[in-house]
Design a protein around this ligand. Structure first.
Ligand code: NAG
Ligand code: NAG
Ligand code: NAG
Ligand code: NAG
Ligand code: NAG
Ligand code: NAG
Ligand code: NAG
Ligand code: NAG
Length: 815
């Protein structure tokens, strides 16, 4: 509409006319453009708002100049609705103030759809303020409209929006809309709970759960609850016009444009997120200047049962059915998926009828049948097999300082709030009938076929707000720990803090998404045969097999490792379980695995291809100056520290050598070939499984030779030798001719000897450094690096530093 002042004046006159002559007032649904109430500065309009075909709700919205309301063009920003769940007919419906003092909305059929339930014998006035508050008040005839007694106001019964100066109280809550186009009540609620905390609740058709603040954070009191306080029982929250939202539980949220006077609103959107919107004036689009949940997939109910949510850089999130499951309603992902197979309970005991499909990076929140410690994978699988309701299980390795490593088994009776992210370092095993072949489902999940749940298209997220202000990893860890029921929260927290600190990819959903799309997958043998042109270009040969260069169908260049038959005693499932553990390792200094092939007796692994080759190649061709060598020493240490210590202590490499350290185009190292020598449970260390000597002559720790217990210190030793080789340019195998000794001692003894003698004259480093580097290096750093390397090759494994101590010592050089 075009609300000219004269039109407004007429509207007001009509209202006043009614007041004075019949002490009653009414607005009709017919001619919705005319039957409106405007606020003094026209900021807001109240009237009948079209919500569907011949369906209207009495509402308040931001006035749109030059725009008519039209049921085919519903675009106004509605901030309040009287009857969102019960729209009235487009004919003969009215809003009236009765002589009794009640404000009522009646439908064409004269039924009372909504009312304020007020009573007064005085003349009444209905006023829309410029704050957006619609107020029913008694008219004080002795004064000029001030100090009037307020009978009712719309600010006291918000729908999904809170305006500046409006207060959310213990008696009120925000309830989201059902969808982008439907204004009726949806599934999300922002409210003050009985413990005085402001929360977001998902109240779905079948289940309900609180997801903000993270439930485990407050239930456990201290840990992670941040600044929330349960002690202030005033239970009020509001958004000020500068853009700060503050709540009596100490939650304070500044919008990104905090401080500027703008039109603002806070809305609980239909997707369960609370967003603060702002704009200069009605000519502009709304701009999101803040949102409570930074990760849309962590909002409960977002994807429905039996599906998983992934972050999508364009549409914020994407829902995908689990392998073997199909959409219940392919227009509405929130309804979730149903199994496209039958597993009757009588078949449960028949183990042969079942299979468990590992899904990397997948977790489901809650609905655990229980959690079980110290179960082997087999026991966990059996438990789920025999439990009729079990739909799958999570089998996760934990490490805490006090307890060391152990496994936890979580059979799930419902698969809700599924979420998939590279950040999530765990496998979920989905229960499926044996007959099905859903392995490609992993690929489908990762490559699309998902349902995109689009976000309101008019809003544009400001870049700075997509990124989290808080440490996303920590938040994620808390979320995860919560799904375990708070077990070992502290220990897990501490340990995994390191896990996340170590990797540049963590904490950024977009990266996670990209790698998930590029994703880990199963390849067919024929596909890899084609990619490598029948294994024609061999680029390396190492533990367990030969490596070929290949070009995948999507044109990515890959290094494809074909494992020898000797490694193939295991079943495809065991192989897959192992490979997916390796596949989930995600660190910039570890080579990335893209997938695998297990077909008949063929076992292949597909890795990213490194154009620059290995450290060995680069050393022999004199490509590496001091900075590059130092960077490689550092990066390799970080990669190994991640393998050993950051939650994954049971993975030893056992064959560190320059051939297994690849370099990328920036000369950043990537450790390759890890995990193949059987993933070690810590308990297995030193037992018969490891009696066979592994590794490569020259780089092997004495433990192998003397048949002592094997620990992560064997890798530390080999790392030390590699660093000495980089410093000296001499190979531990061929470089130095000294009298007969254990071959791995040659280079090491030579350097030790140089140091012992050199210290007396005050310069030993210069005597060992690779002459091709001339004097282009930092002597101080070089000396530290050499000392670290020498500490790594000490015979007594307990004296050697751990890989993370190595990283720390090297890092301290840079500061
Ligand atoms: C809605 O109405 C406005 C103004 O009347 C017009 O500019 C706009 O294109 C319309 N939008 C749709 C989707 O019809
Ligand atoms: C009307 O206003 C006067 C002066 O402000 C006040 O004394 C009086 O109580 C008011 N009457 C009602 C009914 O609120
Ligand atoms: C409780 O919260 C309100 C609103 O934030 C604040 O004004 C009040 O001072 C708080 N009370 C206490 C005891 O902290
Ligand atoms: C919000 O901004 C105010 C004023 O700039 C500042 O004092 C406060 O610490 C900020 N709060 C948060 C949570 O960033
Ligand atoms: C989800 O899958 C389980 C079986 O795993 C099934 O019992 C349940 O009915 C499914 N949920 C819905 C909403 O179909
Ligand atoms: C469901 O399963 C049947 C038979 O197993 C298959 O033909 C059909 O394509 C599946 N449906 C979907 C949507 O995957
Ligand atoms: C389940 O077991 C029944 C008999 O116990 C058998 O008839 C049926 O084929 C089995 N279902 C599947 C999916 O194997
Ligand atoms: C699991 O094993 C650890 C150490 O082996 C032990 O301390 C713990 O009590 C065991 N837990 C259960 C539930 O058996």
């Amino acid at each position: 509409m075009s609300p000219s002042p004269s039109q407004f004046f007429i509207t007001l006159l009509i209202i006043l006319f009614h007041f004075h002559h019949s002490c009653s007032f009414s607005l009709s649904v017919e001619n919705p453009d005319q039957n409106i109430i405007l606020s003094p500065k026209y900021t807001f309009t109240a009237g009948f708002y079209p919500t569907g075909e011949n369906a209207y709700s009495f509402a308040i919205w931001f006035t749109q100049k030059h725009k008519h309301l039209d049921s085919n063009n519903i675009s106004a920003t509605v901030v309040w609705m009287a009857n969102r769940d019960q729209p009235v007919n487009g004919k003969r419906s009215t809003l009236s103030i009765l002589k009794t003092g009640n404000l009522v909305l009646t439908d064409a059929a004269q039924s009372n759809v909504w009312s304020t339930d007020t009573a007064s014998s005085k003349p009444l006035q209905l006023r829309l303020h410029d704050t957006g508050n619609l107020v029913l008040q008694e008219l004080n005839t002795s004064t000029k409209c001030s100090n009037n007694n307020i009978l009712w106001q719309s600010f006291d019964s918000p729908t999904d929006t809170l305006l500046p100066d409006q207060t959310l109280t213990r008696f009120t809550s925000l309830v989201s809309s059902r969808s982008k186009t439907s204004h009726s009540s949806g599934f999300y609620k922002l409210f003050f709970d009985n413990d005085n905390i402001l929360r977001l609740l998902y109240e779905g058709p079948r289940v309900s759960s609180v997801f903000w603040p993270d439930p485990w954070a407050t239930s456990n009191g201290a840990a992670g609850s941040g600044s929330r306080s349960t002690y202030n029982s005033s239970r009020i929250a509001s958004l000020d016009s500068f853009g700060r939202f503050s709540s009596s539980d100490n939650f304070i949220f500044n919008s990104s444009d905090y401080g500027t006077l703008l039109q603002r609103r806070l809305t609980l959107d239909h997707d369960g997120n609370v967003r603060i919107y702002s704009r200069k004036d009605e000519e502009q689009r709304w701009f999101v200047s803040g949102q409570f949940k930074q990760r849309p997939c962590f909002i409960h109910g977002i994807c429905g049962p039996n599906s998983t949510c992934t972050n999508d850089p364009i549409n914020a999130r994407k829902c995908s059915c689990l392998p073997g499951y199909v959409w219940i309603n392919d227009q509405d992902s929130s309804q979730g998926c149903r199994p496209n197979f039958t597993l009757s309970c009588s078949n449960m005991t028949h183990h042969d009828e079942l299979r468990f499909l590992p899904l990397p990076h997948v977790d489901f929140y809650g609905y655990d049948y229980g959690f079980y410690e110290n179960k082997t994978y087999k026991e966990c699988e059996d438990l789920c097999s025999h439990l009729c309701d079990c739909a799958g299980f999570q089998y996760t390795f934990f490490f805490t300082a006090e307890r060391g490593g152990y496994y936890l088994c979580f059979p799930k009776i419902q698969l809700l709030n599924g979420h998939r992210s590279q950040n999530f370092q765990s496998l979920f095993y989905l229960k499926l009938p044996k007959s099905s072949d859903f392995v490609d489902g992993i690929k489908n999940q990762q490559n699309g076929k998902g349902m995109v749940c689009s976000r309101n298209r008019v809003v544009k997220l400001e870049r700075g707000y997509i990124e989290e202000k808080e440490n996303g990893s920590l938040k994620f860890m808390l979320w995860f720990a919560g799904s375990l029921g708070g077990v070992e929260l502290l220990g897990f927290f501490l340990v995994c803090f390191f896990l996340f600190r170590g990797s540049k990819d963590f904490g950024e959903d977009n990266n996670g998404y990209v790698s998930a799309t590029a994703g880990f997958r199963k390849f067919s043998y024929s596909e890899l045969k084609r990619a490598t042109e029948d294994f024609s270009q061999e680029i390396g040969r190492g533990a367990g097999g030969s490596v070929y260069k290949g070009v995948l169908s999507d044109n990515r260049v890959a290094a494809i490792k074909r494992l020898h038959e000797a490694n193939q005693g295991e079943s495809e499932r065991e192989f897959l379980a192992e490979v997916s553990i390796i596949g989930r390792l995600n660190h910039m200094n570890l080579i990335e695995m893209w997938g695998y092939c297990a077909e008949g007796k063929h076992r292949l692994l597909v890795y990213e291809y490194m154009e620059k080759g290995s450290l060995a190649d680069n050393l022999s061709s004199n490509e590496l100056d001091w900075d590059k060598r130092y960077g490689i020493a550092m990066g390799t240490a970080k990669g190994l520290a991640y393998l050993h210590e950051e939650c994954l202590e049971w993975i030893l490499h056992c064959d560190i050598k320059p051939q297994n350290i690849l370099v990328d185009s920036d000369y950043q190292p990537k450790v390759a070939d890890f995990g193949l020598s059987k993933l070690l449970n810590r308990d297995d260390l030193g037992n018969s499984k490891f009696s066979r000597i592994r590794g490569t002559r020259g780089y092997m720790a004495p433990e192998w030779v003397f048949n002592l217990q094997i620990t992560s210190k064997v890798d530390v030793y080999s790392y030390g030798v590699v660093v000495l080789e980089m410093i000296t340019g001499k190979s531990p195998i061929t470089g130095i001719q000294i009298k007969e000794e254990l071959c791995h001692e040659r280079l090491v003894t030579w350097v030790r000897e140089k140091k012992r003698k050199g210290i007396e004259v005050g310069c030993w480093v210069e005597q060992i450094v690779d002459p091709t580097m001339e004097s282009n290096y930092d002597v101080k750093k070089m000396e530290t690096l050499a000392n670290v390397a020498l500490d790594c090759v000490v015979d007594d494994k307990d004296v050697r530093p751990t890989m993370s101590q190595v990283v720390e010592r090297l890092l301290s050089l840079d500061s």
